[in-house]
Design a binder for this molecule. Structure first.
Ligand code: ZN
Length: 316
């Protein structure tokens, strides 16, 4: 398994990590993308308050490896952050939902020194799209756009086998498109972002204001006859149509927590996407697919990202 007698690296496994605002998920992934030793930990407990986040993460990884591979190390660690990441994929620039992760954290450097294995970091939603491309069998297509309606709007776009990065590494922020006439303040600090209107956070506000007696996850199942919920669903459809009109993708992958709420009206939603997609194209050839809801997707996606980085030194 490992060539060098005294080496303590298990050549077959990558440790994939998916860090979210609430939970952090870890798992060991082999070259066939099979996952073992899946664990879910509390993000807040790992990072805590007033901590040294890079060092805490390194300690957490060491503990995990002690528990699952007897202190050996995987061949690499790959971590998805709910953050903006610099284009070189070395620094976590900004993480609005996890206060303890300080801005401009040079985490790759710290982890590689502490763990002595390669460390890769990525936007979590890019890792998610890398997983979905494989899982849905569309990795060979020319352009695929992923839109994930969760707390905010996650977005990632693949063009010719590569995730679109942009000049600074922050491309595909569909949720932060400014919307004319919208004056709400976004988590990102700007005014008028799309995700202040169409997202889990927005739906929570709508639930509190208009449907205080209905749990949020029941809104699609029980309130689709109201103009408020019709309008909200239209907003989701317009968001996807905007992406389709912008990129003319071979396929659109839709996912996230809102899609998993009970009786999410897929048919009505797709009708809306067709209504707002430009005619005749891209409307005529729209190919809408759905991400399979699974907690492990981001962990496996992180491992796919590590594999790509290790196979091609120019891949970011
Ligand atoms: Zn914003």
């Amino acid at each position: 398994m490992n060539g060098g007698g005294t080496m303590t690296i298990t050549e077959q496994l990558v440790l994939g990590i998916d860090i979210g605002g609430t939970n952090m998920r870890l798992g060991l992934v082999n070259d066939a993308l099979e996952l073992t030793a899946f664990e879910r930990l509390s993000t807040r407990e790992i990072f805590g308050a007033e901590c040294d986040p890079a060092q805490k993460l390194a300690d957490c990884i060491k503990n995990y490896c002690d528990r699952h591979i007897e202190g050996k190390m995987p061949k690499a660690v790959s971590i998805g952050f709910p953050s903006t990441i610099n284009r070189e994929r070395t620094v976590v620039v900004q993480t609005p939902n996890i206060s303890c992760i300080s801005d401009n954290l040079a985490i790759v450097d710290v982890l590689e020194k502490a763990l002595k294995i390669p460390a890769f970091i990525n936007r979590d939603v890019n890792d998610l799209l890398l997983f979905d491309l494989e899982d849905l069998g569309v990795a060979d297509q020319g352009c695929v756009a992923g839109i994930y309606f969760g707390t905010g709007i996650g977005n990632s776009v693949m063009v010719d086998g590569k995730i679109l990065l942009g000049h600074n590494g922050v491309a595909s922020e569909l949720g932060h498109l400014p919307v004319y006439g919208n004056h709400r303040i976004c988590m990102c600090g700007n005014e008028s972002c799309l995700e202040t209107l169409v997202s889990g956070i927005a739906l929570e506000r709508i639930q509190k204001q208009e449907f205080p007696d209905t749990p949020i996850h029941e809104l699609f199942a029980t309130k689709m006859d109201t103009s408020t919920m019709k309008e909200f669903l239209t907003g989701m459809a317009q968001t996807v149509a905007a992406e389709a009109n912008l990129f003319d993708p071979d396929c659109l992958i839709i996912g996230g927590g809102l899609l998993q709420m009970r009786d999410f009206p897929r048919e009505l939603f797709e009708k809306g996407v067709h209504r707002f997609a430009r005619k005749p194209y891209p409307e005529k050839t729209l190919d809408i697919r759905y991400s399979r809801p699974n907690q492990e997707n981001g962990v496996v996606g992180a491992a796919i990202y590590a594999q790509k980085r290790m196979q091609d030194l120019n891949y970011l």
